[in-house]
Design a protein around this ligand. Structure first.
Ligand code: HEM
Length: 110
């Protein structure tokens, strides 16, 4: 079970970021936003699955909370781009959160 969650997680995080960037820069097409949401669900389910398997280590609880926040920020960025609303602060938050999440995931910080 754990290796299934790990495999899903390791194989999906880059696709989530990729579909988010395509949804942001090519907002007229809708398919990548659906794929972005699908991979967000895969990241959360596989993440929680690993969290349970590892017995809820604090650094991964913290990483999970940041991950849910960045998934929300990605959604907001795509929406604000469509409505032509300011996005600079959200981009700063998105990049910092993603860097912290990925470094925590690989055990390079915390
Ligand atoms: C935006 C969403 C997320 C991204 C970009 C992300 C990214 C990553 C990355 C890059 C790794 C390292 C993978 C590897 O070892 O090859 C990882 C591992 C991990 N992630 Fe996430 N993650 C996300 C969401 C979550 C969530 C929501 C949780 C928990 C609720 C979570 C829990 C974990 C755990 C426990 C590991 C350790 C896996 C291991 O060492 O076996 N992740 N994550």
């Amino acid at each position: 079970m754990l290796s299934m969650f790990q495999g899903a997680h390791e194989g999906s995080w880059f696709l989530l970021v990729l579909f988010f960037l395509v949804s942001y820069f090519l907002p007229k097409q809708k398919i990548t936003l659906m794929l972005q949401r699908l991979f967000a669900v895969i990241m959360i389910v596989s993440g929680v699955g690993m969290l349970v398997s590892y017995g809820f280590p604090l650094e991964f609880i913290f990483k999970g909370v940041l991950a849910v926040i960045v998934i929300g920020v990605m959604e907001m960025l795509v929406g604000k781009k469509k409505r032509n609303e300011p996005q600079a602060m959200l981009w700063v938050a998105c990049i910092i959160l993603l860097v912290v999440i990925i470094l925590t995931g690989y055990g390079l910080i915390f």
